[in-house]
Every structure is written in structure tokens, then in C-alpha cells.
Write a protein that binds this ligand. Structure first.
Ligand SMILES: Cc1ncc(COP(=O)(O)O)c(C=O)c1O
Length: 225
């Protein structure tokens, strides 16, 4: 399974890589699931969909939804594209497990999909991304790559984890929440013990305020006594 762009890193796998992974999967009789929930939130390059980069889709399943790009988190509407037998099996499975979503929600999703994304969404996210990355880079020792897509910065804060408190990104996240009043996700929940995941999907004022607090808190290095 690949998420493109990735959550949490924001990396965008290029079409050639997706194509190569898909043909490797076909050769080894494996399925490739391409999660494209953040697929249209790509900032500096054209978006990449496995549906248009994979030559042989016989082992390809694409999952997508309205949560991110259409800002419909909580509506719980998503879909999968794949060979007919996979779609039929998924339908059988969901009908006896989660049953179905309410009638209203797919109609709302259809209405959203039948209309162009509101203009300005991408530039707004891009400038939020740039603001957060720029501010995080002000913190000595913090390395923050520019995410190609998605809605998260994923800085490496390993230089702040020096064996004293905070020993882990979980410690650092608790301290940021309780003292700086900013919620971040510790990297260890993704298996990345040296990173924090920080969302930039908030309005400009709140993001600027949060960035001020993060820069101040992280420069201080978290609780050391
Ligand atoms: C890569 C990825 N896929 C899927 C989901 C789930 O989206 P939904 O809100 O439709 O459950 C998320 C949510 O964070 C995500 O980041």
C-alpha cells in the first residue's frame, strides 16, 4: 500500500516509481493499493494518480474520498476503484460489516465532486505550508523538508531529543500541548521516532499564532528540568 502524497511525510511518489512498484507487484502476484485521499493536494508539480501511471491495472486498487480535498472530514465517504471482482468483494464485505453510509452523505459527496474545487484552496494550503515550514526552520537544529503534498509538515526534531527530557517525540508532543497549547502528533505513532507531524490545515491567524508558540517552545527545547 502506498499513500500518494504520503501521510505523514508529504512525499509525492513520482509516476515512474508508482508504475515500477505496480509492475513489480504484478510480477510477484501482489496487489498494489494506492491511497490517493490527499491526491489533489499537490503544490509544486502535477498531481500523480496511479490510475493514469500504471500500465497494467489488473492488480491495482485506488482508494480515495472527500475528506481532505473537499474538506468533508466526518462525512465518511470514500470509494475504491479496482477490478470488478475486488469491487464486488468489497461490497459484500461492507454490506455485512459497516452496512452503508446514510443516503444523504453520498449525495453530498456527488454534489461536491460535480463542482470544481473552490478556487484558491491550493494556493491557500501552499502559503500555509510555506509559512509553517519557514517558521519551523527558524528553530536551531530542526530540519524541515518542504512537503510536496498533503496538509502536514514533518520536521526532524532529533536534535531536541538528547536523552534528557524530552526523551521522545511523545514527551515533546505532551509538553507542546500542555505548555505551548499546540497539538502535534508524535512521530513514533508512524514509526518515525525523530519527527513530529504538524497540520497546516488551519486558518492563517491560528497558524501564525501556533507557529509563534512552536518556534518559541522548540527553541527552548521543551522541558529540561
Ligand atoms: C492517507 C490517508 N488515507 C485515508 C484517510 C482516511 O480518510 P477518511 O477521513 O475518509 O476516513 C486519511 C485520513 O487522515 C489519510 O491521511
Amino acid at each position: 500500500m502506498i499513500a500518494n502524497p504520503s501521510n505523514p511525510s508529504g512525499v509525492l511518489h513520482p509516476p515512474e516509481l508508482v508504475r515500477d512498484i505496480a509492475s513489480w507487484c504484478t510480477r510477484h502476484d501482489l496487489w498494489l493499493v494506492s491511497d490517493e485521499v490527499h491526491g489533489a493536494l499537490v503544490y509544486d508539480a502535477p498531481p500523480v494518480s496511479a490510475t493514469s501511471s500504471v500500465a497494467d491495472p489488473s492488480r491495482l486498487i485506488v482508494v480515495d474520498g472527500v475528506s481532505k480535498v473537499r474538506a468533508m472530514t466526518g462525512w465518511r465517504v470514500g470509494w475504491l476503484l479496482g477490478p470488478a471482482e475486488v469491487v464486488a468483494a468489497a461490497r459484500r464485505h461492507t454490506s455485512s460489516t459497516i452496512t452503508h453510509v446514510s443516503t444523504l452523505t453520498p449525495r453530498a459527496a456527488l454534489a461536491a465532486l460535480n463542482n470544481p474545487s473552490p478556487a484558491g484552496v491550493l494556493p491557500t494550503y501552499r502559503s500555509a505550508r510555506d509559512l509553517l515550514v519557514r517558521r519551523l526552520r527558524e528553530v536551531p537544529g530542526v530540519r524541515c523538508p518542504v512537503p510536496a503534498g498533503g496538509m502536514f509538515a514533518f520536521p526532524d526534531v532529533s536534535s531536541l531529543l538528547d536523552g534528557r527530557r524530552p526523551a521522545t517525540t511523545a514527551d515533546l508532543a505532551v509538553w507542546l500541548l500542555e505548555d505551548a497549547h499546540v497539538a502535534v502528533v508524535p512521530g513514533e505513532v508512524f514509526g518515525a521516532k525523530t519527527h513530529l507531524r504538524i497540520s497546516f490545515a488551519v486558518g492563517h491567524e491560528r497558524l501564525s499564532e501556533a507557529a509563534d508558540r512552536l518556534v518559541q517552545g522548540l527553541t527552548q527545547g521543551g522541558p529540561t528540568s
